[in-house]
Design a protein around this ligand. Structure first.
Ligand code: SAM
Length: 283
């Protein structure tokens, strides 16, 4: 495939007067097998964030019924459009994905698709906000497969009690099951990034895995991780200043947990139990 050929990429960019833009996290994939393996996660409808020159989009178009690709860089659009000209199942939207109403876009663009997934090589500077925006959008995604910084994959997929487990892993566990698929070293991109990457997939739950108020759950998780080195009873106060330590300790022990437990030990189910108690105390 030509789009992974470094000299072809450079000559095309020169011809179309396009430069690599660091501010948009532009590191283009040059490894065909990595592109194929990401594209293999396509559902019938695919939302791609940051198509760049279209290397992944091209493979997605071959696999999906419809592909919608959101790209912020207007200077790249003519070249991207040319690279995808053989397909009639792709729509390019030139905008900032953070400004998009994701649920509305999915409803409007993929009404005739039985399943929708996200596949993307995400720009480093907005990986977590994009993933959380997708999760919180309420759009009926089957899965989200993204290539991001390796360390961030470890954090997002971390299990309770591990050093990498944090508020983002606990929050994401509410929306879907996260799994690391494979590592991709920095040498597989042009220009070469400073860090290694990995591809992860989130399989979204059709129904929430725990039964509690979502906003309260997220508040409890935020509180629990607000001061990592402190015990749960001490860190929860940051989000629940209306309660004193004794009251917070009672809430915690009523779920069967030790009041001196640290937030990082709690599973999603335990956070949910605590959220139910807190909600009942102050609905
Ligand atoms: N998909 C291509 C590939 O794999 O080679 C490019 C991936 S590159 C890491 C990230 C892409 O996201 C760039 O094309 C960049 O311009 C685009 N991008 C950056 N910020 C964006 C945003 N806020 N909304 C949409 N696209 C964005």
């Amino acid at each position: 495939m030509k789009l992974t050929d470094i000299s072809y990429i450079k000559s095309q960019m020169e011809e179309y007067s396009v430069n690599f833009k660091k501010k948009f996290g532009q590191n283009f994939l040059t490894n065909e097998s990595v592109v194929q393996r990401i594209a293999d996660n396509a559902a019938e409808g695919v939302l791609e964030i940051g198509p760049g020159l279209g290397v992944l989009t091209y493979e997605l178009c071959k696999r999906a019924k419809k592909v919608v690709a959101v790209e912020i860089d207007d200077t790249i659009i003519p070249l991207l459009t040319k690279n995808l000209s053989e397909f009639d199942n792709v729509k390019i939207i030139n905008t900032d994905v953070m400004k998009v109403d994701i649920k509305k876009l999915i409803e409007e663009e993929f009404a005739d698709c039985s399943s929708v997934s996200v596949c993307a090589n995400l720009p480093y500077y907005i990986t977590t906000p994009v993933i959380m925006a997708l999760a919180e959008s309420g759009a009926p995604f089957e899965s989200v497969t993204v290539m991001i910084q390796k360390e961030v994959v470890q954090r997002l997929c971390a299990a309770p009690g591990t050093a990498e487990y944090g508020s983002i892993s606990a929050s994401l566990a509410y929306y879907g099951k996260c799994k690391k698929l494979f590592d991709v070293s920095a040498g597989n991109f042009i220009p070469m990034p400073k860090v290694d990457s990995a591809v992860m997939r989130i399989d979204f739950y059709k129904e929430p895995p725990v039964d509690c108020d979502r906003k309260m759950l997220m508040k409890v998780i935020r509180g629990a991780f607000s001061q990592r080195r402190k015990t749960l009873v001490n860190s929860l106060g940051s989000e629940f200043s209306q309660y004193n330590k004794t009251q917070l300790a009672e809430f915690i022990t009523s779920t069967g947990l030790d009041a001196n437990v640290r937030g990082e030990k709690l599973s999603l189910e335990q956070f949910a139990q605590l959220a139910v108690v807190m909600q009942n105390a102050n609905p």
